[in-house]
Design a protein. Sequence first.
Length: 541
Amino acid sequence: MKRSLLTTICLAITSVVLMAQPNGTGTYYQKAHGKKGRELKTAMYEIINTPSVMDYDSLWTAYRTSDAIPTDTVPIIWDMYSCNSAYSIYTNLHRNGKYGTDPEGTKGFQREHSMPKSWFNPAAKSGSSYTYKDIWPMYSDLAHVIPAEGIVNNKRSNNPYGTNNGEWYGSEPDPNDPEQKPFSKMGKCTYIPEGLDAPVYTGRCFEPNDEYKGDIARIYFYMVTAYEKRQPTWSGTDANIGDHCGTWTGDMFNLEDDDPYQPFAPWAFDLLMKWSKNDPVSQKEIDRNEEVWRMQGNRNPFVDYPGLEIYIWGDQHDEAFDYGGELPENEPTSDNCEIALNKTTFNVDWHPTEERKAELAAEGKDWTLYDNLREYYDRIPLTIDKDNVTITFSYGICGKYLYADDDQIRLYNYNTLTFRAHNNKITKVEFTLGESNHADKKVKAFVGTMSDNIWTGEEDEVLFTTEYVQSKYNAGTKTTTNYYAALTNVNITVANPSGIEQLMAERFYDDNIYTLQGVRVDTDQLRPGIYIKHGRKFVVK
């Protein structure tokens, strides 16, 4: 099944093409503006890290929109490993993952970790043992967990990607292929990196079809960027889930170097860069990226900016990235502020849609019990600005609901509330608490000090969640009680920057060069000394 491709973008991509801002992204990528190479990758990490992934079982629902191919009747699942998908997005065959037997293996669809979950390799910690299922949010990150036909997916197993002759397996060919070549195949790796005359890795590998090789490469670039700080060791960012450590494993990674900047084995990096070049971004990838954004609140920048990998790791790593959007003349600084925490503040519709009401009625549920809730169908985190403090109310890892009414918001298990100051530091956050439904649902912070309902510290950004309390199911009424902490108001205190910090903040988006006293100087007549450009100090000797 072929897809319509965008205009091919060469490896030596021009700045004009790369810097085209993706529609509807606003200032999402603004933090990466002006960055190069290693710093650019870290800036992208800071933008896209810790997505609000849904729970693993909810991926089946996500695939209904993220991976649907329109047909004349019911849409079918889009499978990148097979060209013979005929499964409706609503069928139970794929929901069960396995269905019956077949001479070739398992029927039905599965949730395929394109970066195998066994590569997460969690380690035992504090006397406990963990499995790869404990490694969140990677375990259910929709960006890389794709639907795949069970027969082909089982053949792929957890083998690396590569090129081969298909001596061990070949899936059914595309009926439109005149040569009738296998759509995907398994065999001994034959890939020869640029400049060499023989393969470096010769083990078993899985080769997807040419039209999806770029998709796979950009997924892998996303994974090592979104989880940069978890390579080589992962430390859980959600305190409710726990603190888990592990390493990237697998033959596609350089296990002798723990530098997270470029963690791939040289042969695999060469392969992925070539695949991304030869198979440019398609409309299919663009549409799927939009659905990922809608459901877990982050994006794949390698889809949004075709050729970004060249600016991070390739020949143009010394060229500054331009995100293509508007830049403020002076980044504003934050002020102390008081914010009412209720549904009016976040200015979105908190009522179920008519379609959702009908679904709830069909399930025998009272839709009014779901009023003031935003479910995982509308998963984008809610963000507002108040006195140049950015406030984000998020589902968090595996969170299913966001709740707000006229008087309060509720932090259920996994929900997070984040405050970010512009050009200064948050030093105090004081919450006014509503009536929570469990004594153990205490507000907690990831940094700084929390005493009762008051946080103190000195941070650009502070993320809050609550102590995890297991929900309670009542078999008699067939209802579940989910516990929460209620918040009605928050006071935020910030420390105003001064001196060089203020000057650097004001000059961050300015291409001119300044002295430490703020005097602009001629770039052709710099004397030895310390100067400022793009908000950073540099030395001329």
